[in-house]
Design a protein around this ligand. Structure first.
Ligand code: NI
Length: 177
């Protein structure tokens, strides 16, 4: 299974408003499968298309506990239909910001709509980690990172850490092919 390279922040590709998918076809299904493989490999509990340099509204999620059977979700054109006025704080991380974790306040419960890999429309009510993850991933489709929800000071600290990480990786690369 293809493991896709993950785009690390800051990167213009993470700030794009992604395009709705018109038809759920084989190319969409193949991308969702590759995104799931990439997410499990990382490992992570959610991944959105812009994190693998794709500007379509695609998300994959699996919030099953470690050791429990996998529960992969493939979401095409996901949207939040309703969000509770009650908000909760949870620590968040992101595969595009390795080793960066901050508390983020978001609605506790949501109702979301999406198309599955066969193109059928679903609505789900979610709370806890799943509600958190869906909101975080839909944000990605609108060019929003979780650090956009925290103070500018913390955001700048996170981005400067990522720039250092990228510089270190660039130095490690051999200068000749
Ligand atoms: Ni993320």
């Amino acid at each position: 299974m293809t493991i896709l390279p993950i785009v690390i922040a800051p990167d213009a590709r993470l700030k794009v408003r992604c395009k709705p998918v018109a038809t759920v076809d084989d190319s969409v299904r193949a991308k969702l499968d590759a995104m799931l493989a990439t997410m499990y490999d990382a490992p992570g509990i959610g991944l959105a298309a812009p994190q693998v340099a794709d500007d379509r509204r695609l998300v994959v999620i699996d919030v099953a506990r470690e050791g429990a059977p996998p529960t992969p979700l493939r979401l095409v054109n996901p949207e939040v239909l309703w969000a509770s006025s009650e908000k909760v704080v949870m620590s968040e991380g992101c595969l595009s910001l390795p080793d960066v974790y901050y508390d983020v306040k978001r609605p506790e419960r949501i109702r979301a709509a999406f198309l599955d890999e066969a193109g059928a429309r679903h609505e789900i009510d979610a709370d806890g980690l799943l509600a958190r993850c869906i909101q975080h991933e839909i944000d990605h489709l609108d060019g929003v990172l979780f650090i956009d929800h925290i103070s500018m000071l913390k955001r700048n600290m996170a981005l400067s850490k990522m720039r250092k990480l990228k510089a270190a990786e660039a130095n490690r690369r051999p200068s000749r092919p």
